[in-house]
Every structure is written in structure tokens, then in C-alpha cells.
Design a protein around this ligand. Structure first.
Ligand code: OGA
Ligand code: NI
Length: 364
């Protein structure tokens, strides 16, 4: 059996279904199959963070406290401008809820394959259990995922929401509400830092702003030095909030010419600016490339929450940040739906959708 079977999708025939990595990992192979072996320049050589090269830590309590907000707001500004990433502490989301979500996700991935396959990602779909955007003829990622839409509630497809473990749905619902609270709060502060009106992003994102969750599971890998858990990418949404296992590092972010490993802080969110906020800030804040590396002995789990504008939102540089002489617009204004259509095409070509939105005059 060929390990990669091509599935036919009208118009996008190169997306493929791929083997389940967790099952592959169970086989106790000594070497990883060829499809996972990255070319030498893509293999995980990482620079570990030195004290001055770890991503910034931002304290939400300080941001909201009159006595500390000025200094913390400046830190937030620098983080979004220079790193595109930060760790958020004192965010107000109850720690037992975060712990609970991680626990339930672990339980989900531990279920028999047959049970998980009830939620299998369909050839033409986006939601479900499997691997999104696997492209024929390209190297595969060493990880499995479950992707679901959580907000608005009207756009949930409950057939992809696991019924096992038992309280998965209830807790995911509670978690989504909390994430939305933090995300809207951060967007208010980010708008203020850009000298936009505080509601700028939240108004643009609209009442039907979208929240999707991706549960990522990276099983132990016999040759972690040759593979990636998740290929280099930038997040295509507005803003991402990620929680992860605290005893296993794996997330690398691109800084200048190296990959920097993120040291998890228990219960903190790793937050990053997505493509759409990069566009709306006219490039002031950056959607930074990141990837995941795997581990020989340990599995790793993460839960990414992507907060994005509604489908109907118009995405383009904020007028307030554009002037023709010093700050010409760097990106086109397009609808979010149009952006997403391009995202699929560009994923196939392994291109960044940001390059499509970039105006010719802004290309270097
Ligand atoms: C993602 C992502 C990082 C991780 O899901 O987009 O970047 O640590 N995940 O799993
Ligand atoms: Ni990502």
C-alpha cells in the first residue's frame, strides 16, 4: 500500500490523505519513512533561547492596571513589532479550565483510532481529525490534529465535536468563551498601541468573528533530527492563542535567520500575530513564521485557538495607518472570504498567502 494516497478533490487534486502518525509511532520503527525526512536545510537545527533571545512575557494584569499599563503597553508594542510572538500571563482564564482542556485533548488522542476516525477530516473539508493541507509530493508532518470551528455558535458543525471523552463538548464551549474574552481584550490593547480607536479590530472582526480550535498531537519520533512536527508557516487568522504541554519544548519561531525554541511557562498562552492583523496594521505588526519539532521519547500536545474576522469582513490596511508619502499601503484590501480562497491555493503551492495580498509597489 502506498503510504500516501491521493484523493480527488475537484480543483484541488493535490491535497492528500496521509497515514495516522500516532499509529506509525506505535510501530516502534527505527527509522522514519522517507515521506517524513526533510531536506537538509529544513531539518531542525535550533538555537535555544539565551536570556535575551526568549520571546517577551506580557502580563495582562499589568496592561489593565493604571500604575503599570504604560510600561507593559510598550512591551506589548515591541513584542508585536519585533517578535510577532509573546507569552501572556495573568490572563484571567481559570487554570483548571486550561488544564482540563489539555487533559481532555490527551484523552481524545488516546482513544482507539476507530473512535477518532468518526470525526475524520473529509477530502474536501477543513474540519475534523487528520492532517490539514497535506500536499502530494511534499514532505509530511509528524503529527495528527483535530480542527473544529467553535465560534460563532451558528457555524459549529457538531458532527466534528467529539462525544468522547464525555465532557469534551461542554469544556470546549467554556474554553472558547474564555479565549474570545482574552482575544478581544488583546485586540483592544493592540489597537490602542497602533493609535487606532480601541474598538478598531473588534469592530472589523464583527459580531460573527470566528474562533477555530486545533488540537495538535505530536507522537514520539524515532528520528526527530530529520523531521518536523509541523512545517514552517505563519498563522492565517487574526490572532492565535496557544497552550501546550509544559514539559516538552517543540515550538520554534523564526527570528532573523535562526529558529528560536519557546520555553513554555505553565498556564501561559503563547500569543502570535496572524496574517490578517499584519495586513490591517499595514505591516507594522508581523505574522512570524513558526514550526514544530518532535521528540524521541516524549509526545507533545498543543491547543491552538485562532481568532479571526467574520467571512464578510473587508481586510486591508487601516486607513489611519496609511499615507501616500511615508506609509504607503503595503497590502490590497480584499474580503476575508477571498483571502481564504487564496489560502487554499497557496497552501498547495507552499506559498504564503501574504505574498498574494502584498501590493506590487511594496515588493522588495
Ligand atoms: C499551529 C501551530 C504550534 C504548536 O497549530 O498553527 O503553530 O506548538 N502550532 O503546536
Ligand atoms: Ni501556527
Amino acid at each position: 500500500m502506498s503510504p500516501v494516497s491521493e484523493v480527488s478533490k475537484p480543483g484541488m487534486s493535490r491535497f492528500v490523505t496521509v497515514p495516522n502518525v500516532q499509529e506509525l509511532s506505535r510501530k516502534q520503527l527505527e527509522t522514519v519513512p522517507e515521506e517524513y525526512v526533510r531536506s537538509e536545510e529544513d531539518r531542525p537545527t535550533v538555537k535555544s533561547p539565551t536570556p535575551d533571545s526568549s520571546i517577551p512575557i506580557i502580563d495582562l494584569k499589568n496592561l489593565l492596571d493604571n500604575n503599570h499599563s504604560e510600561e507593559e503597553m510598550l512591551k506589548l508594542h515591541m513584542a508585536c513589532e519585533e517578535w510577532g510572538f509573546f507569552q501572556l500571563i495573568n490572563h484571567g482564564v481559570p487554570h483548571p479550565l486550561i488544564k482540563g482542556m489539555k487533559g481532555l485533548s490527551h484523552e481524545f488522542f488516546k482513544l482507539p483510532l476507530e473512535e477518532k476516525q468518526k470525526y475524520a477530516l473529509q477530502p474536501n473539508g477543513v474540519e475534523g481529525y487528520g492532517q490539514q493541507f497535506a500536499v502530494g509530493g511534499h514532505k509530511l508532518d509528524w503529527g495528527d490534529m483535530l480542527f473544529i470551528r467553535a465560534m460563532p455558535v451558528s457555524q459549529r458543525d457538531m458532527s466534528y465535536w467529539p462525544t468522547k471523552p464525555e465532557n469534551f463538548r461542554e469544556m470546549t464551549d467554556a474554553y472558547s468563551l474564555e479565549i474570545r474574552k482574552v482575544a478581544t481584550r488583546l485586540l483592544t490593547l493592540i489597537a490602542q498601541n497602533l493609535n487606532l480607536k480601541p474598538d478598531y479590530f473588534n469592530d472589523k472582526f464583527g459580531e460573527d468573528a470566528k474562533l477555530s480550535l486545533r488540537l495538535n498531537y505530536y507522537p514520539p519520533c524515532p528520528q526527530p533530527e530529520l523531521v518536523l512536527g509541523l512545517h514552517p508557516h505563519s498563522d492565517s487568522g487574526g490572532i492565535t492563542l496557544l497552550v501546550q504541554d509544559c514539559n516538552t519544548e517543540g515550538l520554534n519561531i523564526r527570528k532573523e535567520d535562526s529558529w528560536i525554541s519557546v520555553k513554555p511557562i505553565p498556564n501561559a498562552f503563547i500569543v502570535n500575530v496572524g496574517d490578517l492583523v499584519e495586513i490591517m496594521s499595514n505591516g507594522k505588526y508581523r505574522s512570524v513564521m513558526h514550526r514544530v519539532i518532535t521528540n524521541r521519547e516524549k509526545e507533545r500536545l498543543s491547543i491552538a485557538a485562532f481568532y479571526s474576522p467574520s467571512y464578510s469582513a473587508e481586510i486591508g490596511p487601516a486607513q489611519e495607518l496609511v499615507d501616500q508619502s511615508q506609509h504607503p499601503p503595503l497590502y490590497k484590501t480584499i474580503s476575508h472570504a477571498q483571502f481564504l480562497r487564496h489560502l487554499l491555493v497557496d497552501k498547495l503551492r507552499e506559498k504564503r498567502v501574504l505574498d498574494f495580498v502584498k501590493l506590487d509597489s511594496a515588493r522588495t
